[in-house]
Design a protein around this ligand. Structure first.
Ligand code: SF4
Length: 650
């Protein structure tokens, strides 16, 4: 058993009700660490090829990282993993709160569910027992209500930590996620639908075991040093100045290497919504279903979504377990309503400029509705933007929309539409499975308005602004994700400082050089994939990783936890093993990686004629083969070679 891990997983067959702990061999931890890596190893071996994602053969895993519970900071992230019903590919969604340590406190590094329960159930585990219990009374409840009821039912010595689905997951909406902490989501890839299909309403954990660590004082000392950096917050610019900074970035022909410390300061002051106006201005946030620009949502309009609007009186800051930063918040609700989760940047942009909606109140409202239903706000916003463009072109009419005027920016119609999507009612049923499925149903060429990669609606980071996003949208085994890599992320990670041979970007460079398709770009992208896989195997937060490896002591923490120091390059190799396992998983499921296409609009085909990304297009296909080769996979097909698979026990 690797120190920092429990050495065991819990395996639950929902069809038979059989629950058994299973020991994990040391070689697995050596090759894949824990967290995402353990999930990739288990799912590769235990999901039959060409499995139905909503059938009994799919396996849904809840995995915690090796650093969680060790005294490391930013180590409260967990993942839900499974075959995605939205894309048919490897699926994962990341979440925080205090559920990650709860998994390990029950004595397991991960919990895996297969089969389908004959009736709604939830899993209760506390380290001494693990049992499936009846959830008939919980089925149909919103996520917050279900969590509150479960908390009332389990008032033992230890406060239970809960992950559950809301009505969207129960109704198997393919854009449903898994909810925790009263309305925070592991949102992407539609894994809430898998949980719904399995009739698993919730996982309730109340264990209290401690994790063995080789050098806990050493871990804590490293954490203290990092904490001082995180807490150092000089007086910061106003939201308005941040917006003008975005305008300046747009205007200049060159840019400087980005330091993640700036992003940390924004997060600390406003949370992710601190980027709202800045991103629209510099061309990172897509506008009007990716066809618009800042001209269509100008500074005067976006002022309605300014960071300060979203940080209205904070009731409580929200910290994931062991986080020194706390980027979330509960804020005052509308008069007469309880406090609400502050929307995240992705939500504000997907339900805002992507639909030309500048009504912040409606975004707060839709955010709460989606959180309680357990539906991905990025996919929901992107699917509404798709529907609005279909409506504009007459591909759907008021007869199809139950009388709703789906005109751009119609926030009242959007709120009603979200309600219908959650209920799967009328037009809502057409849209509840995301834009690709809706386009197939509508036909008439509507596919050109669905902006996605392999079925996953793209996040609010424009690949024409940072072509590094385009490559990751295309090549990741979980396509269409902004949480792995980009040119900007590579700069912030600063990996070249500790890993020999990795290219260091220029301090100052012309923006147009970002669009060159040289081998270095593929190497940087591969390094991002490897590093973020490692972060997800460790249970760390991506926002912590943005501080750079010269500040976030990820390698040193891992050394201190295991007592077996390894060079940083060896840790990156573990990240590469995880990427190979996820890619091999896709092949086993019949996924051809070359068939995963990023929508033309997101690649600048044709390029925009005005705005921050004017004239830009991304030749992503020129880098795909190079990227595959960085992992030793077949350059032409992306298939991992047999020798590599055997070497890592797959
Ligand atoms: S920075 Fe935000 S998302 Fe990351 S661990 Fe802290 S609270 Fe959670």
């Amino acid at each position: 058993m690797e120190l920092g891990c429990t050495g065991k997983i819990l395996v639950v067959d929902l069809t038979t009700g059989r629950i058994r702990p299973q020991a994990v061999e040391n070689a697995v931890y050596e090759n894949f660490l824990s967290g995402l890596g353990l999930g990739a190893w288990y799912l590769y071996h235990n999901i039959a090829s060409h499995a139905d994602p909503l059938g009994p053969e799919n396996v849904l895993g809840f995995v915690a990282g090796v650093l969680t519970g060790s005294g490391s900071l930013f180590a409260g992230r967990w993942l839900v993993v499974g075959k995605s019903p939205l894309t048919g590919c490897w699926g994962e969604a990341n979440a925080g709160g205090a559920f990650a340590p709860a998994i390990k406190q029950c004595g397991f590094d991960a919990i895996f569910f297969s089969g389908i329960s004959p009736r709604p159930v939830y899993l209760f585990a506390d380290g001494n027992r693990a049992e499936l219990r009846d959830a008939a009374d919980l089925w149909g409840l919103d996520a917050g209500a279900a969590e509150a009821r479960l908390a009332e039912m389990h008032t033992g010595r230890k406060r239970p930590r809960i992950a559950c689905i809301g009505p969207a997951g129960e109704r198997q909406s393919l854009i449903a996620g898994v909810v925790h902490d009263g309305g925070r989501l592991a949102a992407r890839a539609g894994l809430g639908a898998v949980m719904g299909a399995k009739r698993l309403k919730a996982v309730v954990l109340a264990g209290s075991q401690r994790i063995k660590v080789y050098d806990r004082p050493g871990v804590v000392r490293l954490s203290r040093e990092l904490s001082a950096t995180v807490q150092n917050q000089p007086p910061f610019v106003s939201g308005k100045v941040a917006a003008y900074l975005g305008r300046l970035v747009r205007a200049l022909p060159a840019q400087m290497e980005t330091d993640g410390l700036l992003y940390k300061m924004i997060l600390r002051k406003w949370g992710t919504v601190g980027m709202n106006q800045m991103s629209i201005e510099m061309g990172d946030a897509p506008v009007q279903n990716w066809r618009g620009t800042h001209h269509d949502f100008d500074l005067d309009t976006s002022a309605a979504l300014a960071p300060d609007v979203f940080t209205r009186p904070v009731v409580a800051k929200y910290f994931c377990y062991s986080c020194p930063l706390g980027c979330g918040a509960l804020v005052e609700g509308a008069p007469g309503t309880p406090p609400a989760h502050r929307p995240e940047y992705e939500t504000a942009m997907a339900l805002g400029p992507l639909c030309l909606n500048a009504d912040a109140e409606s975004i707060f409202r839709m955010n709460e509705m989606l959180n309680q239903a357990g539906m991905d706000s990025i996919s929901a916003g992107a699917t509404i933007a798709f529907a609005m463009e279909c409506y504009e072109h007459g591909l759907i009419t008021r007869d199809d929309t139950d009388g709703l005027e789906l005109t751009w920016g119609n926030s009242t119609a959007m709120v009603t539409l979200i309600d219908k999507m959650i209920r799967r009612e009328g037009i809502g049923d057409l849209l509840a499975d995301g834009s690709r499925v809706a386009a197939r149903r509508i036909g008439a060429g509507s596919e050109r308005f669905a902006v996605h990669a392999g079925g996953q609606e793209l996040p609010m980071h424009d690949s024409r602004f940072d072509p590094g996003f385009a490559l990751h949208y295309a090549v990741e085994p979980a396509p269409g994700r902004h949480t792995v890599g980009s040119l900007l992320y590579y700069e912030m990670f600063q990996l070249w400082r500790q890993i020999e041979g990795l290219p260091g970007p220029s301090r100052f460079y012309l923006k147009r050089s970002k669009y060159d398709t040289d081998v270095e770009k593929a190497r940087m992208a591969a390094a991002c994939s490897q590093f973020v896989n490692l972060i997800n195997a460790a249970g760390l937060c991506l926002f912590g990783a943005f501080l750079g490896v010269h500040r976030l002591p990820v390698f040193q923490w891992l050394d201190a936890v295991s007592g077996q120091p390894r060079p940083p390059a060896d840790y990156l190799r573990i990240g590469a093993n995880i990427q190979t396992a996820r890619q091999a998983f896709n092949f086993r499921q019949g996924v051809d990686p070359l068939a995963i296409q990023v929508s033309d609009r997101a690649l600048g085909r044709p390029p925009q004629s005005r705005g921050a990304n004017k004239g830009r297009s991304v030749a992503v296909e020129k880098l795909v083969g190079e990227y595959f080769q960085q992992f030793g996979w077949d350059r032409r097909t992306g298939q991992p070679r047999k020798s590599i698979l055997e070497k890592i026990g797959l």
